[in-house]
Design a protein. Sequence first.
Length: 561
Amino acid sequence: MIASNRIPGGQFEPKLVSILRHGYTLRDLRADAIAGFTVAVVALPLAMALAIASGATPDKGLHTAIVAGFLISALGGSKVQIGGPTAAFIPVVFNVIEKFGYGGMIICTLMAGLMLIAAGVLRLGNLMKFMPQPVITGFTAGIAVTIFVSQIKDALGLEIEHLPGEFIARWKTYFAHMDSFSPVTLGLTLACLALIIVIKRWRPKWPVLLICVAVGSLAALALPVATIASTFGELPSTLPRLSLPHIPFDRALELLPAAFTIAFLAGVESLLSAVVADGMIDGRHRSNAELVAQGVANIGSALVGGLPATGAIARTATGIRAGARSPMAGILHAAFLLAFMLLLGPVMGYVPLAALAAVLLMVAWNMSEVERFRYLMRSSWGDRLVLLTTFVLTVMFDLTVAIEVGVVMAAFVFMNRMSRVVEVEPDAPGQALLDEVGEEAGSAQREALPAGVEACRVSGPLFFAAVSRIDNVLDQVPRTTRVFILRTRLVPIMDASGVTALQGLLDRCQRYGMRVIFSGLQAQPRRAVVRMGLSRHPALLGMAEDFPTAIAMAQDYLARE
């Protein structure tokens, strides 16, 4: 048995190396083999369905699941992560293939892999966890709607030679070809959907997707419906080989946004999956090692003509429930998939597209997170706006635009909230002492501030969204003031904009003939003020450790003047 889920190791060391170094038994291997086989049974139809929905051929999905799935488990920083193609990539990959061809998709995957490796090397793994929940839920629900819409063609049996990627254009194309609607195909799709729902409800441990595809394939033998073989030809029963299509390197700059989106999705989804896995096994993943593994896996997938890949939450959870104990479960899942492809390639050609459409329609429903969407709609107006904007942009336009706009909007909403935390207010005579020296000591010193001295208190983070509060501070101070004390003990952080605002304050004080004392500067604001040279400003009298010291400094200055 493996002694502990929390095995130490360097932040870039694969979990597989750590586990093998600390002991791996035949009992562990047997448990991982059972889990790997279970996940492979689930991944087999899903990999083909995801590839078809992305505008590729089904064998590309299998190659991705085999190569990327192996590399993610072998090199990753998560103990039980299962990788491969996921539904999140469908709209991005479909649009890239439509605009730039399959070669464009390959170079996108290569660039995304390099970006992920760079993110891991630069230790950005923890930063990628700080994605706003309304943005994640918005684009996830939008992807679910996009997947649903993309499956209408195969679910209804419509004869469409070229399906556009845009939402509205797709619906126009569907209505224009509605005369080719096949009631038999729709009936098979609904029957497969009903079968999935019934099995999930009554026998949740059964391999429902494989059963659905197998039953659908048997029905397709007697029904006039489109199959993988009739649409794409016979699946190859050979090992994936290094064979790249023509890659338009001259258009790499145009492909950069799509590559960034793929890298972003791969990073976020893999780390979310790793977090979910940690919660299920009481483990702890290595974020940066996971990002590097995702990058290597995507490069490896591209080199065999595969699709983008990342950690798959549903397949990872399936492996854990089946008893996975180490990354060997993911490695064996890839090995089983390879065996399925080599031995069952001709048989898989009988799988009807309607059955795969039913599989993806169920995937879309599970991705939609309806309850979480409703839950977030009860939050503040800012979060609702971010959620709905990200969702609409994902469905109507482009996932890249949706993520960019969603993150920027979430940042502005956050800055607006933080700016309200900042308070700038003048202190009443004597009251200023209470906050810093306590009620009892303050009561003994309730005399007014010395003549010619005024004080003002600032509380909250002083950053670029809140610097406007500093601009009108002197409007509340009499022009007869000789020394102005700015109390900053309650300012935890200060950025360059905050220091610049203080620079403007000091400039105005110099013009008015006032001297300024900063009282109670904390460590980070003090470093910022010194680093940017504000401590040498002519109007700055000094920086006092606390308010009583600041008053003493002011009195000494007035006495010497």
